[in-house]
Design a protein around this ligand. Structure first.
Ligand code: AMP
Length: 495
């Protein structure tokens, strides 16, 4: 816990006047000082007002709202709580985040008599119905399943005193606005509202305007300006060599825990299969996977039995895995902010980490946009120990990306829009169906490095000492090195 305490500021938990049972739970968790978002948000929530908070996962925001909520609810206990009538509703965009938030509620509330419950889709509804027949003070839920319960009259929101919208920006990105509006209409008018969001788009501002009354405002530094501890690096590599390079990096550097981001669900499945075939245990998590499969993969990844988890942005959103050492962007995200969210999975709460991006020439514009957002160049590092295979199996073309900066607006898919003529949704579009291969390979690239003789495998070169271990190179922010393929068009390093 000592590293976590590096988030300290001059406030102490004692100065926040939280109830003793909460202070004991905080001490058990090993926290000694509130994080900045906690120091600012806790007094405002305790005072009973609405709150608009700009904070991302990893800042300690969950305790920032959970602790004062537990305090307030325990201060005013209800004598005969009605079953299935929660007093606090916390809405989250994803199942994983819901599960994590409820875990935090249990952790911080363990010495209080309050009861919590988590509810999300993709799992049998009956155990949830059964749980709702008992006392539920704090309900953490994703919107869809919540509305199912309301429809079945197994849940009533008529006694909600506190509403939290957690990661509200992501909820809007995922198309939950209509569900949110339906839920708001079911709540008592008199209540406390807390809205947490990493970004403040016009949509979020409109939502906040309609929801919050004279809110207190808290904004903690954006992760892209705070997470100096993350060593970022880019490897320039053609798309079709990426899986080979990734397998090489994992084996060569003996990485034990790597979270890999792909752009599409299909891409996540395919990559996990390839890594498994290469002897590297990997699992994919995304919205098309059953909840038990997602939960199992995440648990194995967290306990270290599964070294590689391949995820889409939405599935990975809110994952709190302490001290994750490596995050790999198998493809760069379209939306530069998503890069910041992704790499935020490492270097969390004060620990260091490495974020590695595999970048094809067609992704240079995305790279540029990301570098502009984070206001720094990401070192381009070559891996000389990597020898690309000479014969590559033919690959189906990838689906097109949405326009630059375009977000997805579906809560069921993280993938790019399907081509109109696509058949089976699990199959990539086939050649000859009007879908052009997205990747005309740059000249001289293909499976051959720039200076290779056609038909001849590249001779392994001895890597300079500072490049032999990528993780080391990345950690030390290695100087830009020649790319794996001709970096045309050149990545402009100036701004
Ligand atoms: P969150 O942003 O809520 O997902 O929290 C990120 C991580 O920070 C979690 O692993 C928490 O356990 C940890 N954390 C939260 N508050 C503190 C604190 N005051 N001191 C140290 N770690 C904390």
């Amino acid at each position: 816990m000592s590293e976590k305490n590096s988030l300290s500021n001059e406030n102490t938990f004692a100065s926040l006047n939280l109830a003793q049972p909460l202070m004991r739970a905080i001490a058990d968790a090993g926290y000694t000082t509130p994080t900045p978002v906690q120091a600012q948000a806790i007094p405002l929530v305790l005072a009973g007002g609405d709150l608009l908070a700009g904070a991302q996962t990893g800042t300690g925001k969950t305790a920032g709202f959970t602790l004062p909520i537990l305090h307030r609810l325990s201060e005013k206990p209800v004598v005969n709580p009605r079953p299935g009538h929660p007093r606090c509703l916390i809405l989250t965009p994803t199942r994983e985040l819901a599960a994590q938030v409820e875990e935090s509620v249990k952790t911080y509330g363990k010495y209080l008599p309050l009861k919590s419950m988590v509810m999300f889709g993709g799992v049998n509804i009956n155990p949830q119905i059964k749980a709702l027949r008992g006392q539920v003070d704090i309900l953490v839920a994703t919107p869809g399943r919540l509305l199912d319960h309301v429809g079945q009259k197994t849940l009533s929101l008529s006694e909600v005193e506190i509403l939290v919208l957690d990661e509200a920006d992501r909820m809007l990105d995922m198309g939950f606005i209509r569900d949110i509006k339906k839920i708001l209409a079911l709540l008592p008018r008199q209540r406390q509202n807390l809205l947490f969001s990493a970004t403040f788009s016009d949509e979020i501002k409109a939502l906040a305007d309609g929801l919050l009354h004279n809110p207190g405002y808290v904004e903690v530094a954006r992760r892209n300006s705070t997470v100096e501890l993350i060593a970022q690096s880019v490897h320039l590599v053609p798309q079709k060599l990426k899986s080979y390079l990734l397998a090489h990096l994992i084996k060569h550097n003996d990485w034990k825990q790597v979270l890999v981001f792909t752009r599409t669900k299909h891409g996540a499945n395919r990559l996990a299969e390839k890594l498994n075939a290469d002897g590297i245990p990997a699992a994919a998590i995304h919205g098309n996977k059953s909840q038990p499969a997602r939960t199992k993969a995440l648990a194995q990844f967290k306990d270290g039995t599964l070294p590689v988890l391949v995820a889409t942005d939405i599935a990975a959103r809110g994952l709190d895995i302490d001290q994750l050492p490596h995050v790999v962007n198998f493809e760069l995200p379209n939306v530069p902010e998503d890069y910041v969210h992704r790499i935020g999975r490492t270097g969390r709460a004060g620990s260091s980490g490495a974020a590695i991006s595999l970048v094809d020439s067609e992704e240079f514009q995305h790279l540029k946009n990301i570098e502009r957002l984070i206001k720094r160049d990401i070192p381009k590092v070559a891996i000389d120990s990597f020898v690309p295979p000479t014969h590559l199996p033919a690959e189906a073309p990838r689906p097109p990306r949405p326009q630059h900066g375009q977000r997805r607006h579906s809560h069921t898919t993280a993938s790019a829009p399907r081509p109109a003529n696509a058949g089976n949704r699990n199959q990539p579009p086939r050649d000859g169906q009007g879908q052009k291969p997205r990747h005309p390979q740059p000249a001289r690239t293909g499976q051959q490095p720039r200076n290779a003789q056609p038909g001849k495998p590249r001779q392994p070169q001895k890597a300079p000492a500072d490049q032999q271990h990528l993780s080391e190179a990345a950690r030390h922010q290695a100087q830009p090195q020649p790319a794996l393929f001709s970096p045309r068009p050149a990545v402009r390093r100036g701004k």
